[in-house]
Write a protein that binds this ligand. Structure first.
Ligand SMILES: [Zn+2]
Length: 105
């Protein structure tokens, strides 16, 4: 079974980031960013190995992810099904067929 996008996005995000009280910390360099500074670009340590690949606004990314959590399940599920259909012919044909059937209901 495919992992729910909301869960997958959070899991991926938190491979790099960790909330530590009022801070979002980079797991690699341990630098932190206050929630109140969410709109400022994150500053990693100079030798941080993910400084060029990690997202620049981890709080903003979290806010987008939790907005998806707050939306009604049906809407999120429809978005997931549409993504599977739009991805065709990539992906699992059985999953594609199931998505087409479900979205037509
Ligand atoms: Zn870092």
């Amino acid at each position: 079974m495919t992992m729910d996008k909301r869960d997958a996005d959070l899991e991926l995000h938190h491979r790099t980031w960790a909330i530590d009280g009022d801070l979002y910390r980079c797991r690699y360099c341990q630098r932190g960013c206050l929630a109140s500074k969410a709109g400022e670009k994150f500053i990693h340590a100079g030798d941080c190995t993910v400084k060029d690949t990690a997202c620049d606004y981890p709080w903003m990314a979290l806010a987008e992810m939790t907005a998806a959590v707050a939306r009604p399940h049906d809407e999120v599920e429809r978005q997931r099904l549409r993504a599977i259909i739009e991805n065709y012919p990539n992906g699992d044909p059985l999953e594609f067929n199931a998505a087409v059937r479900k979205i037509q209901q």
